[in-house]
Design a binder for this molecule. Structure first.
Ligand SMILES: Nc1ncnc2c1ncn2[C@@H]1O[C@H](COP(=O)(O)OP(=O)(O)O)[C@@H](O)[C@H]1O
Ligand SMILES: [Mg+2]
Length: 378
């Protein structure tokens, strides 16, 4: 299933709630694609420092870098040609770049990017981080030399924020108020006009929030006219890219009941929006313990020789304790299995891939390869 996605798609988006393993999955998936010969770019957001270092993108930088040869070797990627590329997305830079592209005058650029309203729209508005990530994705996707781009998503993102982001930002910058000022019926836009009748509402708001807000808003609206068209056009292009058949979404989730409910909800909503989820990635799945029977465990303990020289009763006690522990983990694993079976049953046709819980953080290359192997096997 994952191999088919790697073969057929150009953009794979790893979405899901914070901390579930999106960055890990994105990196492992990209490495897997590179292993199969695709020139692949992974766009990471806030990678764990060790993972960033391992991929050779420890410092922030807007330009993709090829993953160092030694790292590729550990990931099993053929050395001929630079197959795996990585970039750390700087979401704050993405909007600034858009403004740079739209506005020639450096003074006006500065006025826009330093404006309080602009900052609100680009940092605090729901979906702004998601939109910034897709803006950056859009730009990177223009480079035809990448066969595949894997997009990690911001820590708080859910798949819907992602799809809604272009529209939401477009709605914010093209709200009726902004349009009204941008295209006044007869007469140009001016600070004066803003202070007149049409700005009545704003003046009321001003009483509440302080008059510098009005100044900021006025300045922003005057300058932003120039970028408005570009912002809207870009939002449309980004939206089209996310919904195109060359793009696929993977939902990463924890293998527990609440996460399954949430994943099913997003699955339904995305399907309704015409963007089906290509697959679920259940991460940190509890491996089923091999042995839980005390007699079998005692044999295994003897075979290791770890308790050689200890009384037989010590072996028995250790085996009993390990057995109890094993049964606890068995119960956890069974609960996870039931949750994932429910996911599969309620979303028929959407594959569920399982990645095992590793002994420690998946922030080194050997572990990344294990995660990649699980993805490939899923
Ligand atoms: N299967 C796994 N087993 C063990 N640790 C994991 C696994 N997947 C991810 N991790 C660790 O969990 C932490 C969060 O993963 P990360 O990929 O950064 O999540 P996200 O990007 O969704 O916030 C990281 O420290 C990562 O190394
Ligand atoms: Mg992350």
């Amino acid at each position: 299933m994952i191999r088919a996605l790697i073969a057929d798609k150009r953009i794979l988006v790893c979405a899901g709630p914070g901390g579930v393993g999106k960055t890990t999955t994105a990196a492992a998936l990209a490495a897997l694609a590179a292993r199969s010969g695709k020139k692949t770019l992974v766009c990471t957001i806030d990678p764990a420092p060790r993972l960033a270092d391992a991929l050779g993108v420890g410092g922030l930088g807007p330009e993709p870098r090829s993953v160092p040869p030694a790292a590729c070797r550990l990931l099993g990627i053929p050395e001929a040609g630079e197959r795996l590329w990585a970039v750390r997305l700087d979401t704050a830079r993405a909007f600034a770049r858009l403004v740079e592209q739209q506005v020639q005058d450096p003074a006006m650029r500065r006025r826009i990017t330093e404006n309080v309203i602009y900052r609100q729209i680009t940092t605090s508005l729901t979906g702004s981080q998601e939109y910034a990530a897709t803006l950056a994705l859009y730009e990177l996707a223009q480079d035809e030399s990448y066969d595949l781009i894997v997009l990690d998503t911001p820590p708080t993102a859910n798949a819907l924020d992602f799809l809604d982001a272009p529209k939401r930002i477009a709605a914010a910058v093209a709200s009726p108020a902004i349009k009204w000022f941008a295209r006044p019926p007869g007469g140009g836009l001016s600070f004066q006009r803003l202070r007149m009748g049409g700005a009545l509402v704003l003046r009321r708001v001003g009483k509440l929030v302080g008059s510098t807000f009005i100044e900021d808003l006025a300045a922003f609206l005057v300058d932003f006219q120039d970028v408005l068209g570009g912002f809207l056009a870009r939002a449309e292009s980004v939206d089209a890219l996310l919904r195109s058949p060359q793009t696929a979404f993977l939902l990463v989730l924890a293998p527990v009941t609440a996460a399954v409910d949430e994943a099913l909800y997003f699955h339904g909503r995305l399907q309704a929006a015409g963007v089906p989820v290509a697959g679920f990635v259940a991460n940190r799945v509890q491996p089923v313990p091999g042995l839980t029977d005390p007699a079998a465990l005692a044999d295994a303990i003897r075979a290791t020789g770890a308790l050689n020289g200890q009384p037989e009763a010590a072996v028995g006690r250790a085996a009993a304790r390990l057995g109890a522990l094993g049964r606890t983990f068995q119960a956890i694993a069974a609960g996870e299995r039931r949750a994932l079976e429910r996911l599969a049953a309620r979303a028929p046709g959407t594959p569920v891939i399982r990645i095992p819980l590793l002994d420690h953080d998946a922030d080194n290359l050997a572990e990344l390869r294990v995660v990649g192997d699980s993805l490939a096997a899923g």
